[in-house]
Design a protein around this ligand. Structure first.
Ligand code: F6R
Length: 364
């Protein structure tokens, strides 16, 4: 049941901290605090390239994973939605790794992509929430997300569980390839282990998130912006808003705004940004300033170190707890999902059962 929550989505949003903790527990040895993977039928150190594929939110998890794998493991990563991957006929490296991500393990496009990657000689690793699913049976190795059943059609907790696995995988591959030393691994593992308690703190931000939601609920179109690993956070925020509030939203890499979408900006098009402090912060802030100068109403998710700078331009700030830059996209993903939920409440939509959508898409 809903355990007293108004919707499954609300219940599942509140399960983020637990689900992240449980999923990490599977992958981090409590004694050594190092990432441990199940035994693999291939050598992680010699994989030449990874092809990540999935659909919808699971694909956005994969895009965040790509930033981690490239930056921390220095491995080439190709990522595409499953429904496109096969038709691109990408040249595959011999002995490469196909990395599939799916909550249900039954999504037809992802399953078809799995089969074509296997036919192309790739090892198949799948990050799945349903261990007895079709994709589980057809994979060489499954990394489990311990998210429990997800009832709400729009994915929430499965997404952060997927991110938790991807973060651990990037660390494991980085170590296998000799690019992550012990100190860096400890630092990243600590950042991950800190997440459940930081995620609990998000639930104290309801008033700020509702104030931002009230502005979005009046809009017909919304832009979501982010840079680096926060660009996929923007994609996730925009998808969730579309799915459950039926408000049109589009996500752009913050630096792309000036190449076109800025023409849309006026006071009727709110701009949501995921912009934690860090190396990309100032660039994002100046992109946002351009939007603000054109009358855009900015709703900015940042952290304590970014609050002063963003406070000068944003109409609404949501100040998330300070976390390591590596794990910030996980925390920000939860926040943009919470925002979509609050907007849907204001719109009075059927949050758990959005029109035209099914939980598991078993046709290609
Ligand atoms: C978004 C959403 C969908 C799924 C997508 C993949 O909220 O729920 O975009 O993420 O249909 O589904 P799975 O993960 O079951 O393969």
């Amino acid at each position: 049941g809903k355990d007293g929550y108004r919707h499954y989505m609300d219940k599942e949003l509140h399960e983020h901290p637990l689900v992240i903790g449980q999923t990490l527990q599977r992958m981090i040895d409590p004694a050594t605090r190092r990432v441990v993977l199940p035994e693999l039928p291939f050598d992680l150190a010699t994989i030449p390239r990874i092809t990540v594929t999935a659909c919808g939110s699971a694909f956005y998890a994969g895009l965040i994973g790509r930033y981690w794998l490239e930056a921390e493991a220095r491995i080439p990563v190709d990522a595409d939605v499953a429904s496109e991957l096969r038709y691109r006929e990408p040249p595959l490296s011999k002995g490469g790794l196909g990395l599939m991500i799916s909550q249900s393990g039954e999504t037809a496009d992802t399953l078809a992509a799995l089969r074509s990657l296997r036919a192309g000689g790739q090892h198949v690793m799948s990050i799945l929430n349903v261990p007895e699913s079709t994709m589980a049976r057809e994979s060489d190795i499954v990394l489990d997300t311990i998210a429990g059943p997800e009832i709400c059609v729009a994915s929430t907790k499965a997404f952060t569980a997927q991110l938790s696995v991807l973060a651990c995988l990037a660390i494991a591959i980085g170590r296998a390839r000799g690019v992550i030393g012990e100190a860096r691994e400890m630092e990243l593992v600590q950042a991950l282990l800190d997440l459940p308690s930081r995620a609990v703190e998000l639930f104290g931000l309801g008033d700020d998130i509702r104030a931002a939601a009230a502005i979005i609920a009046e809009a017909r179109d919304v832009l979501y912006l982010g840079r680096g690993s926060h660009f996929p956070v923007a994609l996730e925020g925009a998808l969730k808003l579309k799915e459950i509030s039926y408000i049109h939203a589009e996500a752009y890499a913050a630096g792309e705004m000036k190449h076109g979408p800025i023409a849309l900006i006026d006071k009727s098009v709110p701009v949501v940004a995921s912009a934690p402090s860090g190396p990309l912060f100032e660039k994002t802030a100046s992109n946002l300033q351009e939007a603000q100068a054109r009358g855009g109403r900015l709703l900015v998710f940042t952290d304590p170190a970014g609050a002063a700078r963003m406070g000068k331009i944003a109409e609404r700030l949501v100040v998330l707890p300070e976390v390591h830059g590596f794990t910030a996209p996980i925390l920000h993903s939860i926040a943009v999902q919470m925002l979509a939920y609050e907007v849907a409440l204001l719109k009075g939509t059927d949050v758990d059962q959005p029109r035209n959508l099914a939980k598991s898409v078993t046709v290609e």
